[in-house]
Write a protein that binds this ligand. Structure first.
Ligand SMILES: [Cu+2]
Length: 141
């Protein structure tokens, strides 16, 4: 019986230690996402594109920078960027996409759809904030 109890205690202590480690780590990033450490391109590419009625929509969030920083998209399909803001009061709301001749101020909260046309394999779309601090890249293949 004592053996069983000590095993239960050990599990609780180890579990508590893991919980402590996991709950401690997010505190270092104070809400802003610009301090996310650089990651390998592979791990940055997340599923943020969707093809609906023959149009490819790529969703990018602007707030304290852009996320995801790197997106993969399909070439040869009419493409639109959906720029999402949610309480965005930093300069990532001021967006420039030079290859599209786009320059605009996104609303503090909302969605802005930007027509990107149909791109070829190897083409990229790079968005930068008005000050050139933050950027994102969409790679077409
Ligand atoms: Cu900026």
């Amino acid at each position: 019986m004592n053996k069983v109890l000590s095993i239960i205690f050990a599990v609780l202590i180890i579990g508590g230690a893991f919980y402590y480690i996991n709950s401690d780590s997010p505190k270092t990033s104070g809400g802003e996402q610009e301090n996310v450490p650089a990651q390998k391109p592979d791990s940055q590419a997340v599923e943020n594109s969707e093809i609906k009625d023959g149009i490819q929509y790529i969703t990018i969030t602007a707030r304290g920078g852009y996320s995801p920083r790197l997106s993969n998209a399909k070439a040869g399909i009419p493409t639109k960027l959906i720029m999402k803001t949610n309480g965005t009061y930093d300069c990532s709301a001021s967006l420039v996409i030079r290859s599209l001749n786009y320059r605009g101020i996104l609303p503090n909260t909302g969605e802005t759809v930007i027509d990107a046309g149909t791109l070829k394999a190897g083409d990229t779309l790079r968005g930068i904030c008005g000050m050139g601090m933050y950027n994102f890249l969409v790679v077409f293949s």
